[in-house]
Design a protein around this ligand. Structure first.
Ligand code: KIV
Ligand code: ZN
Length: 393
């Protein structure tokens, strides 16, 4: 069983995955019922602490998916999203109540830009927060509350709304950077000041939820942890609205690889990362960019002669993590015009050809000529080169 609302271990960071909610909100990323069940099962197996399974009031399909995930999930807390009204919260509870560990996540936009939408005064909004969090807490022991667009909310007002939510019974306070506006230094300071200055802050878990509009979602999430947050909200492959959310694989591997400077622990089995990344890409229809950190096709691939030579001598010359740690079999040496003799010899050996030095020289000349014409030289091309070279002698 995983932690629910609280953790007393200071170095433990809870991983809250929202691929099935915020990730699915990406235009065009809609998943079928069966696909959602599959992804939820993979998330549970990899050790995610909380799965945000959907937005139950949004559609009948979302409601059914959240209910089914709640019934099937073995370890993780299952959470549903609800706006700040009783109807949303009741519907959310109806779906998540089947879970071994249910959570209701309710939110309202608190920045000047977002307050204008429900047309509430600041005081009316405070009353709404108090009433809706109290209502959610009467249904469920585990309640998360988010002031949407927190990073553009006036500091004094943010402090007040967070205090109201805690007093009304919220067990997790999530601080969203809804429009990807903050920067790492500010992200750390915001969480630190909330923990220091809001009465009751030490009774709850603070969480960070970052968007990637300025390309800083991972850095901002890790900075928030430095500031005292102990839950990171993230998605597989960074899927999410606009430029996406914090990528799960990035924050988890950063805390693992740089544990010297980021001394935190998660429960994630990192060897399951590649598989779930590929499945999320397949079911959402969102390809993973080649140079994406951790899960991109090129993240563990080397083409240039200097890099390949270094890698053949010792893997840590150009890799800071082992491919096996994220579920890949091995590093790949991509054969192209930048590749050198040592990589060619190693590749040929892998294909079953032990070649003498003079033979290698000849094949190398042919290989370079071919590589100038093709972007990548594949195994079949190399086999043909060896056969042609042998036939010519
Ligand atoms: O980005 C955001 O503010 C959200 C909230 C619903 C938490 O996704
Ligand atoms: Zn979001």
């Amino acid at each position: 069983m995983t932690d629910t609302a609280t953790t007393t271990e200071q170095d433990r960071v809870l991983i809250f995955d929202t691929t099935l909610r915020d990730g699915e909100q990406s235009p065009g990323a809609t998943m079928t019922h069966e696909e959602k069940l599959e992804i939820a099962e993979l998330l549970d197996e990899m050790g995610v602490d909380i799965i945000e399974a959907g937005f139950p009031i949004a559609s009948e399909g979302d409601f059914l998916a959240v209910s089914e995930i709640a019934k099937r999930t073995k370890n993780a807390v299952v959470c549903g999203l609800a706006r700040a009204n009783f109807k949303d919260i009741d519907r959310c509870w109806e779906a998540v109540r089947h879970a071994r560990q249910p959570r209701i996540h309710t939110f309202i936009g608190t920045s000047p830009q977002h307050r204008a939408i429900p047309n509430l005064t600041k005081e009316e909004m405070i009353e709404r927060i108090h009433d809706t969090v109290t209502h959610a807490r009467n249904l469920c022991d585990n309640v998360q509350w988010s002031p949407m667009d927190a990073t553009r909310t006036e500091w004094d007002y943010l402090k007040r709304v967070v205090e109201v939510a805690i007093k009304a019974g919220a067990t997790t306070i999530n601080i969203p950077d809804t429009v990807g506006y903050t920067v790492p230094f500010e992200s750390a300071r915001l969480i630190r000041r909330l923990i220091e200055e809001v009465p009751g802050a030490d009774e709850v878990i603070f969480s960070t939820h970052c968007h990637n509009d300025l390309g800083m979602a991972t850095a901002n999430a890790l900075a928030a942890v430095e500031g005292g947050a102990r839950q990171i909200e993230c998605t597989i492959n960074g899927l999410g609205e606009r430029a996406g959310n914090t990528a799960l694989e990035e924050v988890v591997m950063a805390m693992r690889v740089r544990n010297d400077i980021l001394p935190y622990r998660t429960r994630i089995d990192t060897t399951k990362i590649m598989n779930i990344s590929r499945r999320v890409s397949a079911v959402s229809g969102f390809p993973v960019q080649y140079n994406k950190a951790i899960v991109g096709k090129n993240a563990f691939a080397h083409e240039s002669g200097i890099h390949q030579d270094g890698m053949l001598k010792s893997a840590d010359t150009f890799e800071i993590m082992r491919p096996e740690d994220v579920g890949l079999k091995s590093t790949s040496l991509v054969m192209g015009k930048h590749s050198g003799r040592a990589a060619l010899r190693a590749k040929l050996k892998e294909l079953g050809f032990e070649v003498a030095d003079n033979q290698l020289n000849d094949i190398f000349v042919r290989f370079k000529a071919l590589a100038d014409r093709k972007k990548e030289v594949f195994d079949d091309d190399l086999i043909a080169l060896v056969q042609d070279q042998a036939a010519d002698h």
